[in-house]
Design a binder for this molecule. Structure first.
Ligand code: SAH
Length: 268
């Protein structure tokens, strides 16, 4: 039986090859083959007009660089949402294309360094999204400002500037897909990763037990599962306190966690 597709997305870009390379291998490739996620990659240039299919132009007001033209992006978004001959509102916002429940048929995201920064919470939200998710990737100096009216939200990968939105969109897709049941194999569970329960992950070790004078902690080789579990929880707390104390303030801690934190304090 074919599994139900749990994530339907489309990436609109002038550089489809970058997205293809990022989502066409390993876990995301497998998830697409299994039908758990559907990723369509659309070349915005195919919506550009004229012999040269020009998708960018010089900025009004002068200055360096090029700006992505609005028309191909508007048309690419409309095609992705599944709209033809929609009615324009004064804002230019897509108003038709509603599904039966009255919900918009798609959720449109503009990749931009100016948006709120993507995080685990957002990934969880997207992993439960039932609408199609459409990513608009900019290039050059950016996209004509009017394109912003098409977006339900702007999203940034972090406080730095990339040359395009492709890697950012691929990162969002990958982080979201990991949270969809069945995408990771039984042995690779997202539930143990950093952020999942509000803490950072515990340290991992594999063979050899000794390497360049560095020993794997004895408890991990003891076979005592209760002790191993306790050690891992303590080390997850240690890592979080040391590297991301801000996370600890928001995490839900058990009575055991509090005892382990006391132990850590007494060690110092
Ligand atoms: N001049 C723009 C940046 C343009 S970079 C500015 O300063 O706001 C070109 C494109 O790369 C952007 O349109 C956006 O789609 C993408 N991009 C750049 N940095 C990004 C980031 N941190 N997160 C998400 N997308 C980003």
């Amino acid at each position: 039986m074919r599994p139900v597709c749990r994530m339907n997305c489309e990436v609109l870009t002038l550089f489809p090859g970058i997205v293809e390379a990022a989502v066409g291998d390993s876990i995301l490739k497998r998830a697409q083959e299994k039908g758990l996620i559907h990723i369509k990659i659309t070349d915005i240039r195919s919506f550009a007009k004229g012999k040269h299919k020009t998708a960018d132009d010089a900025p009004f007001g002068g200055g360096p660089g090029m700006v992505m033209k609005p028309e191909p992006v508007f048309e690419a978004v409309e095609a992705a949402v599944g709209l033809r001959g929609r009615e324009e509102t004064t804002q230019g916002k897509i108003s038709a294309g509603e599904s039966e429940g009255g919900q918009p048929a798609a959720h449109v995201i503009l990749m931009s360094p100016q948006g709120p920064v993507f995080d685990h919470e957002k990934a969880l939200e997207f992993s439960r999204e039932t609408r199609k998710i459409i990513f608009i990737c900019g290039r050059y100096e950016g996209i004509d400002e009017r394109v912003r009216t098409l977006a339900d939200e702007e999203l940034s990968l972090g406080d730095f500037v990339l040359s395009g939105g492709e890697l950012a969109a691929a990162a969002v897709i990958e982080a979201t897909a990991r949270l969809i049941p069945g995408v990771l194999g039984d042995e690779e569970s997202a539930g143990l990763d950093s952020f999942y329960d509000g803490l950072l992950d515990y340290p991992h070790y594999t063979r050899p037990a000794q390497y360049r004078g560095m020993k794997v902690p004895d408890v991990l080789m003891s076979g005592n599962h209760a002790e191993i579990r306790r050690w891992r929880r303590k080390e997850a707390l240690r890592a979080t306190i040391k590297k991301r104390p801000d996370l600890l303030e928001k995490a839900t801690l058990t009575a055991e966690d509090r005892r382990l934190i006391e132990e850590l304090k007494n060690e110092n």
